[in-house]
Design a protein around this ligand. Structure first.
Ligand code: FAD
Length: 381
């Protein structure tokens, strides 16, 4: 039930990714979920096959693809039954490396991108702080001048890949009095003195993915670590977040499709009262409602993706698509559990993991409530 009509030119690519998912990841994912860790070799395997450089130019070893190709990847790779693993990979390759290429200095790009594309260096993105998530403008991490360098102090939390990252894009305040013009992002080498992973967080889902609290204590970085110019961090963050939200939307769509597929299969096999359970109108209604929500989410997400590919302003469309698809994916996973009955509640079947994993999607990258606010602001204009 893949969205082939949307990716006519990428069918072979989707087939290859599906094969990779089935052969190289699915057999191991349950063990990684249990161990609350997936090995860095996953990045290396994907890198060796060229999948970590989809949006990165050939100059740095990537394939120079566009957002459409990246979208095809999100939907095909999103079938891995471990959303935490999927997003950890996509944050590294599609969001962080991409942001570094767009905004980084030649020196920083040469240092990190060739390794990032091969999966030999892993990236993280650190916006959120213990006291500032939705309200990012409240962050307290600061960067101050020391000669020609910058010194970063503060802490970040909920950072995907935070415990394993080699480089981290860190949003700071360089001029607290300058409002939105006072934010700057730096790329920080995690070998830097003063950087510490202060805590690994345990979560409802996303078990294979590491999520960490980070401390920056007098971490000194050079001018080449500034992304863009001093004061440009807020605009960069908004632009990166927009694409991250669409990536999360397409990943949710893939997860929702997996829940529908397994529900259709289960309902066609399980019997009760002398019938296959798919024959019961209540369950048939659940299944058709799941399909309807997927079709709607798919249409809106692809409309946003097309506008993004054409270089248009898709911020409101992305907010609408994320709000709808990420909320609906949780509803769909919940119904998948219901259709599987008692088995759906056990770890022997996947719906419970999809539910736990997809539950983060209306929170991460901007909550559903913040997505609604973006839409409402636009309407009130
Ligand atoms: C597993 C995981 C991985 C993550 N990965 C990363 C990462 O790699 N990098 C990173 O920087 N961050 C990451 N995050 C953080 C994530 O983006 C934030 O959790 C999210 O943006 C919400 O912020 P918060 O948790 O501070 O919630 P809060 O902002 O405190 O929100 C609490 C509640 O209040 C609501 N609320 C807040 N403001 C408004 C408003 N104006 N109107 C209506 N409702 C409002 C919210 O919608 C929510 O329901 C991750 C989080 C998790 C759990």
């Amino acid at each position: 039930m893949k969205a082939f009509p949307y990716y006519a030119e990428h069918e072979n690519f989707i087939d290859a990714v599906t094969k990779l998912v089935q052969q190289e990841l699915v057999p191991h994912v349950s063990a990684w979920e249990k161990a609350e860790h997936f090995p860095n070799e996953v990045f290396k395997t994907l890198g060796a096959q060229g999948y970590l450089g989809l949006l990165i130019s050939e100059e740095y070893g990537g394939s120079g693809g566009d957002y459409k190709l990246a979208g095809a990847w999100c939907e095909a790779f999103g079938e891995v039954p471990s959303v935490g693993l999927t997003v950890a990979v996509n944050m590294h390759s599609l969001v962080i490396s991409h942001a570094l290429e767009r905004f980084g200095t030649a020196e920083a790009k040469a240092k990190w991108l060739p390794k990032a594309v091969l999966g030999e260096a892993i990236g993280a993105y650190a916006f959120t702080e213990p006291g500032a998530g939705s309200d990012l403008a409240r962050i307290r991490t600061v960067a101050t001048r020391r000669g020609s360098n910058w010194v970063i102090n503060g802490s970040k939390t909920f950072i995907t890949n935070g415990a394993r990252a080699d480089f981290i894009l860190v949003l700071t305040k360089t001029d607290p009095a300058a409002g939105y013009g006072g934010f700057t992002t730096f790329v920080v080498d995690t070998k830097s003195k003063g950087f510490k992973v202060s805590k690994k967080l345990h979560k409802l889902g996303w078990h294979a993915s590491d999520t960490a609290e980070l401390t920056f204590e007098d971490v000194e970085v050079g001018e080449s670590c500034v992304l863009g110019k001093i004061g440009e961090g807020w605009g960069q963050a908004a632009s990166n977040l927009n694409w991250e939200r669409l990536m999360l939307t397409l990943t949710s769509l893939a997860g929702a499709r997996m829940c529908l597929d397994s529900s259709l299969l289960y309902a066609s096999q399980r019997e009760a009262f002398g019938k296959k359970i798919e024959a019961f109108p209540t369950l048939a209604r659940y299944l058709s409602e799941m399909r309807r929500k997927i079709l709607l989410g798919e249409s809106l997400a692809h409309h946003a993706l097309d506008v993004l590919c054409a270089g248009g302003d898709c911020r409101v469309l992305v907010a609408m698509a994320k709000r709808m698809m990420c909320d609906d994916a949780v509803w769909i996973a919940d119904k998948a559990i219901q259709i599987h009955g008692g088995y759906g509640y056990t770890t022997e079947f996947l719906p419970e993991r999809w539910w736990r994993d997809l539950r983060l999607m209306p929170i991460g990258g901007g909550t559903s409530e913040i997505m609604s606010n973006i839409v409402m602001k636009e309407l009130s204009r």
